[in-house]
Ligand binder design. Structure first.
Ligand code: GLY
Length: 272
């Protein structure tokens, strides 16, 4: 799934697309893939419902759009972008976000239509065994640098399995789930939202670039801060303003794909 998204993202960049469009497109592909915990693959909350968060940020203008606890749409990342471009606000939540989606002509889906069979299966297992600790935290994200020097980042999630209704993780919080600044870089985070937000993980990484680190050093640094300060489990992808790419994780795995010359690379772990 990541490699497919990276392949299409690269084609767009090669054709001169802007980073903002590229990260939205990449995340839409991941949202439609039930492998990932976002869009159609979203895990279910304690009430058995899909409730999603997403954020998109444009590093040229330091502008952003986010949606929180939104239900009944296939692609929250597109709604987040519309919040940024078509409202005077930066974040919309819950029913207000859903009403805005309807107003923009986005099809509204029932819970059944948005629930992947695997997500329902996992929910039933959770219900049967409340102590079960699912390891699935496959929030998805993308970061891109375009040929004009524009950097954008996007992140989308269904949150954590069996979360309380109304729970909000790191994803839609600016600087935690994503950050982008053309002067430094872009970052997108995945993992344990309750810990990621405590160290504002994505902004920690882009600030590190501002202090002279490249993308990989900044990713390593941000994850080290999260582990040392709050014992957090998660991962981050980073692109710096020079086009360097980095990723790091304290989780066992992180599915990533990237390209800087048209060749698509993929990995499940960072080998040091
Ligand atoms: N990182 C996604 C979440 O905790 O909701």
């Amino acid at each position: 799934g990541c490699q497919l998204a990276a392949k299409i993202a690269w084609k767009l960049l090669e054709g001169g697309a802007r980073a903002l469009h590229v990260v939205e497109t990449a995340v839409r592909i991941l949202e439609d893939d039930p492998t990932f915990d976002s869009g159609y693959g979203s895990v279910l909350n304690a009430q058995g419902e899909v409730e999603m968060d997403a954020i998109i940020m444009d590093g040229a203008a330091l502008d952003l759009g986010a949606v929180i606890a939104v239900q009944g749409i296939a692609n929250p990342i597109t709604l987040a972008r519309l919040v940024m471009t078509d409202t005077p606000h930066k974040i919309l939540a819950g029913n207000g976000a859903r009403d805005f989606a309807a107003h923009k002509g986005i099809p509204l889906l029932s819970q059944a239509e948005l629930t992947a069979p695997k997500a329902r299966e996992r929910y039933e297992k959770h219900k049967a065994d409340a102590a079960l600790n699912s390891s699935s935290k496959g929030t998805c994200g993308a970061v891109a640098l375009d040929s004009y020097g524009g950097i954008a980042a996007a992140t989308s999630t269904g949150g954590t399995p069996f979360k309380m209704a109304g729970r909000v993780g790191d994803t839609p919080l600016i600087g935690s789930g994503a950050y982008a600044d053309n002067q430094t870089g872009g970052a997108s985070a995945t993992g344990d939202g309750e810990q990621i937000m405590r160290v504002v993980l994505s902004k920690t990484a882009t600030d590190a670039i501002g202090h002279g680190m490249d993308a990989q050093a900044a990713a390593d640094y941000a994850i080290r801060v999260m582990v040392e300060r709050v014992n957090g489990i998660g991962g981050i992808i980073v692109v710096d303003h020079n086009g360097n790419i980095g990723f790091a994780h304290s989780s066992q795995n992180i599915a990533v794909a990237w390209s800087s010359d048209g060749t698509i690379h993929g990995a499940m772990q960072r080998s040091s």
